[in-house]
Design a protein around this ligand. Sequence first.
Ligand code: CLR
Length: 420
Amino acid sequence: MSVAQSSSWTSFLKSIALFNGDLLSLTAPPFILSPTSLCEYSQYWAEHPELLVSPASLNISDEASNSEKSAMAEKRLIAVLKWFISTLRSQYCSRSESMGTEKKPLNPFLGEVFVGKWTGAATGDENAGETVLVSEQVSHHPPVTAYAVLNDKNGVKLQGYNGIKSWISATSINVQQFGHAILEVGPESFLITLPPLHIEGLITASPFVELEGTSYIQSSSGYIAKLDFSGRGYFSGKKNTFKARVFPDLLSSQNKESAICTIAGQWLGKSYITKGGSTPKKTDILFYDAHSPATHLKVKPIEEQHQLESRKAWAKVADAIAKSDYDLIHKEKSLIENSQREMRKKEEESGIPWKARWFDEVDYEQGPDHDAFLNLCNLALLSIKNAPSGTAKKAKHDTGSAKHWRFNREKWDGESEIKV
Ligand code: CLR
């Protein structure tokens, strides 16, 4: 009998069909379990550190003319776009590549952390310097991970957080992402929205991710990039395709003819660029090849880790998953879950609630009336609410709270127990 026909897989599919909304809380057969915690997924933002820092070197002197400065801002947005495209293969495909299919990550516990660093870049680019990752599980129910990626040498800081909402349809699991990323390069900032996705291959027990919908990259200079994803292909029928257009500002993005350039191709493979609004062909200039070497994060050996660090905390569960020992997986997971339950109980009794270690939840309804995020949302006419990522102002989902997780650098600099 094949894995797809096994009763464990079909009952897992049934439980998804009936589920309560939190995919990560569902019991799944061992073969679909990943030994990696979702808290680790923040590392996918910087497996090409040389591209992350590249906008920092696109500078021009103060004496330059306005049009020269504007041309440079345009180049920086295109550099940010290239870096963003370079993150997609790691973000959405690395499990399929290393383990054969998409897998169900471990459900991080509240306060779980994951830290590490990239030293240099696999491409040998010497500008890259050291890049640090700081990731923390700031909510367990629903799961929300907050992160920061810091490259002090180049004055580059990425921060963000993400959560998901999901539902099942006839043949796929549909996932809407919540949260956003904010990239700061010196005085300039960029807002990045996260695309919806769906999981295909359920019937054959070989799940994989396909992106859909739109991502925006809004620069504080006004320039904006709009990326559209499709599984059907902007290049005849291919999977994992996207088309991105760069515009001087939101208003001009209403008309594709005003595009400065258009990039199209596969985010798992090659993409091409051409001037203006028409779709590039494979004979046009190569923009990015997703096969370019990735730089993997360095993480301390488990013996040197704090008990809140993902790999240390989950080591026994990960071993049990490697052995496909269902009872052991269950036993080790229960130990973590029970001790978490104990902690929540104690917090309730003492009246001292859990507090994030390196992040603050900022409520924009009470808090700052101007900051980079609000400025970028205004430029892109995007919702400031905790709505599906990329929701427009005044759209149907532009409701609810305006709370967002923000990195607190002082807290991180004052950290004495957890080191990268
Ligand atoms: C997490 C944030 C990252 C991008 C990303 C990539 C893949 C997503 C993941 C996020 C959330 C969890 C996810 C995963 C793909 C599959 C997995 C939706 C958005 C679900 C929970 C697994 C379900 C089980 C299947 C394998 C059947 O930056």
